[in-house]
Design a binder for this molecule. Structure first.
Ligand code: ADP
Length: 276
């Protein structure tokens, strides 16, 4: 066998899962969950922020590694600005008002609106450093806000970080089945379990009578896809102006979002501790 490229689909050898990098020696991270989506704008970062906030409110030490380097939005959603401290030992995450530890490319920029115009390998290298060079300390649940799609950077995330499970975020407008299938195939290739699907922006709740109104068709697309792949729908999130206001106002850590709780409960009960 030649040198391992970690692309198991082109290799006939039987080997164990690709070798991942160790986190910083001062990090003790119990569970790592990657949040992925097929494309941008479906609410992946919002779901990441809500899941982390829900686990934090349950009393777990929680962290978010923002790997969506070019579309970094986690600091803004939590109302956090610079300034990441570092010393000869490593880099230190910044804490939100509610105590969630975060690291993001946006925290390293002088102006949060500065664009990041780096090529894929540089971006991927930065994500890797967020894992290996950041002193995370004790973390019960780390969430990784992955870049959308199945490109260079998500691949690096999956290859360098030992991930315990993947959460797929989708909306009913997407080509749900194809997007989920891609995510599942990629996860299988990397030997990472897919924990389930979070369905976002599929319905609204009538403010007067509380009735659920499916905005897109009969509202079955995501459920049927989940069934096809034998995956649970972890949560169904309505289109909610409260969520937009919290994200824009930097209050995603202190606000509660009851509709994310089923997903948080599953993560709490269904994931083994696997200290990294
Ligand atoms: P992604 O990370 O997939 O690019 P974001 O989480 O940044 O998506 O969300 C994209 C936009 O959609 C943001 O303005 C966000 O506030 C909004 N959004 C996400 N989910 C919802 C929702 N359930 N209801 C209303 N707006 C939402």
């Amino acid at each position: 066998m030649g040198e391992c490229t970690h692309n198991c689909s082109t290799c006939g050898e039987k080997c164990s899962a690709p070798q991942t990098d160790n986190p910083h020696e001062l990090s003790r991270i119990k569970r790592v969950i990657a949040v992925v989506s097929g494309k941008g704008g479906v609410g992946k970062s919002s779901v990441t922020a809500m899941l982390a906030a829900a686990m934090n409110k349950k009393g777990y030490s929680t962290a978010v590694l923002d790997a969506d380097v070019t579309g970094a939005s986690i600091p803004k959603m939590y109302g956090v600005r610079g300034d990441v401290q570092s010393d000869g030992i490593g880099m230190y995450p910044v804490k939100t008002e509610d105590g969630i530890k975060i690291i993001s490319s946006n925290l390293l920029l002088e102006n949060e609106s500065d664009p990041i115009v780096w090529r894929g390998p540089i971006i991927a290298g930065m994500v890797k450093q967020f894992w290996t060079d950041v002193i995370w300390g004790d973390v019960d649940y780390m969430f990784i806000d992955c870049p959308p799609g199945t490109g260079d950077v998500p691949l690096t995330v999956f290859q360098s970080i030992k991930i315990d499970g993947i959460v797929v975020v989708t909306t009913p407008q997407e080509l749900v089945s194809m997007i989920v299938e891609k995510a599942v195939n990629m996860a299988n290739l990397m030997k990472i379990p897919v924990l389930g699907i979070v369905e976002n922006m599929s319905y609204v709740v009538c403010p007067d009578c509380g009735k659920r109104i499916n905005v897109f068709g009969d509202g079955k697309a995501v459920g049927e896809t989940a069934q096809k792949f034998g995956l649970p729908v972890l949560a169904e999130i309505p289109y909610d102006a409260k969520l937009v206001a919290a994200a824009d106002g930097g209050k995603m850590d202190v606000q509660t979002f009851e509709y994310i709780n089923p997903a948080a409960d599953i993560l709490e009960s269904g994931l083994p501790v696997n200290t990294h």
